[in-house]
Design a protein. Structure first.
Length: 254
């Protein structure tokens, strides 16, 4: 069963993080949704956060994990927010389990195929040698040699935890990510259609959803809306949480 943080009472809202993220990334927004009458379930996907590790890392498996979680918690129809990898998982979920879904929010990812583009991130993570028992500062210094962007490093550093006193490690299943990172870019099947309401949000500085991707979104999701979150790149919920919250609440409570 997926690990989750549950907060609030009311309409069930499941939040799915992106690749190498975790439920903690949504802490502030989860509280704000809970204050607006949602019971928020922020999950850690397989091989992430505090959830189980598995050699199988596919959207098919992730989708079944979500369905199992929803059924186990007797949630019936849920609203679902997914960012990046989580957004792609949410799209696949909508195709396979439409009966479990009320409204869908997809944050800064489209239904198309994305070629592998996490090489720098994986290079930075793989460069860390935990046998030398590095400190947090030393881990970041090693990663900085491969990953100059401080924001991305801070995001990845959230995966650090004390395995035991004096011994740090990553919560993510890095060996499996190294082998199967290509699965993250998988496209929706060509004939897949979901007829429920969907809100796509994109960052105005992000290239994940371009104008030329819109016809494909319309093909798979005929009842789609597309809105652009200003002053934000790919991490739209972290870079402009106010606007992200406003757009999602307008859509979910309409």
């Amino acid at each position: 069963m997926l690990y989750s943080k549950i907060e609030g009472e009311g309409k069930p809202l499941v939040i799915v993080h992106g690749f190498m993220g975790m439920s903690d990334n949504w802490k502030t927004l989860s509280g704000q949704y809970a204050a607006k009458g949602f019971q928020v379930h922020a999950v850690d996907m397989r091989n992430h956060g505090r959830s189980f590790h598995s050699d199988i890392f596919t959207y098919a498996a992730m989708v079944d994990d979500l369905a199992q979680y929803i059924n186990f918690n007797k949630l019936e129809k849920v609203d679902l927010i997914g960012h990046s990898m989580g957004g792609k998982a949410a799209m696949f979920f909508a195709m396979k389990y439409p009966q479990l879904l009320n409204k869908l929010v997809v944050a800064d990812i489209g239904p198309q195929y994305y070629p592998p583009h996490h090489q720098d991130v994986l290079g930075a993570l793989n460069a860390v040698d935990f046998t030398t028992k590095p400190s947090r500062g030393e881990v970041e210094a090693v990663m900085a040699q491969h990953l100059p962007d401080a924001g991305t490093r801070q995001f990845l550093m959230k995966n650090l935890y004390w395995v035991e006193p004096g011994q740090l490690g990553f919560r993510i299943n890095l060996p499996v990510f190294n082998e199967q990172v290509g699965n993250i870019g998988e496209a929706l099947p060509e004939d897949a259609v979901y007829n429920g309401p969907v809100l796509f949000l994109r960052g105005d500085r992000s290239k994940y959803i371009r104008q030329e991707d819109v016809p494909l979104i319309a093909k798979h999701f005929p009842q789609y809306e597309l809105k652009t979150v200003t002053n934000s790149g790919h991490w739209i919920h972290a870079e402009n949480p106010q606007e992200f919250l406003q757009y999602t609440l307008e859509f979910l409570t309409a």
